[in-house]
Design a protein around this ligand. Structure first.
Ligand SMILES: [Mg+2]
Length: 223
């Protein structure tokens, strides 16, 4: 943990990382994806869900599959699926306090959209605390875990990977981060897909809670 006090670039995944997966925020997005596919392809929700998951596992995101197989307009998709009401999501005071204490650069790296970043961070009370966000449009619709967006985010924000860390709930998304020289941190969770690579050697740190982890680092830095 001690060598993390020298990190200059903190890179956070958004969904199920900046908020706990137990909040079910992402299920709202998930439901909208099924609804979108159901409408576009005139199939029932059960069939739509099947297509959605098949694409997710095959292409990294459902959107990638829809673009490759069905010629879907990505902007229409993103706008529809991220239009969710999460006013029930409580503010995360502890996360806010710890993020404020981190004076180095902080970025969000997501397979979602900028609108979703805004909606979620605002609701959590942590909007305005980041130096930037990199979304799926910035990635030219090539999602994590493909190598491409990792190279792009570094370029966009002039990040030195050897002084950075990526924090993620999907273990497999940490592989490329490690390859380009970042430290990697997996947020423990019980979702089968997210945890299937949790024991891979490219994972440097495993944590149970993001706010508590940041608090620990901030205490070390202050000492
Ligand atoms: Mg995530």
């Amino acid at each position: 943990m001690k060598n993390l006090i020298n990190i200059k670039y903190w890179i956070f995944d958004l969904d199920n990382t900046l908020y706990s997966g137990q909040t079910k925020v992402f299920s709202e997005v998930d439901k909208k994806m099924s609804a979108f596919i159901s409408r576009k392809m005139s199939v029932d929700l059960i069939k739509a869900k099947e297509i959605q998951k098949k694409y997710f596992y095959e292409y990294g995101t459902t959107l990638s599959g829809l673009m490759k197989q069905d010629d879907i307009d990505p902007h229409e998709f993103l706008e529809f699926v991220h239009d969710i009401d999460i006013s029930w999501l409580p503010k995360d005071i502890k996360l806010k306090e710890e993020l404020i204490k981190i004076k180095e650069k902080k970025y969000i790296f997501t397979n979602g959209s900028h609108a979703h970043v805004k909606n979620v961070t605002k609701q959590l009370g942590i909007d305005g605390l980041f130096d930037g966000a990199f979304d799926i449009v910035d990635a030219n619709f090539v999602p994590k875990p493909h190598a491409d967006p990792y190279k792009k985010i570094i370029k966009k924000f002039n990040i030195d990977p050897s002084k950075s860390i990526l924090i993620e709930d999907i273990a497999h998304n940490l592989e490329q981060a490690k390859k380009i020289g970042m430290k990697t941190c997996w947020l423990e969770n019980e979702e089968a897909f997210a945890k299937k690579d949790a024991n891979k050697p490219y994972i440097d740190y495993k944590i149970k809670s993001l706010p508590s982890f940041l608090q620990e680092i901030n205490i070390l830095k202050a000492a």
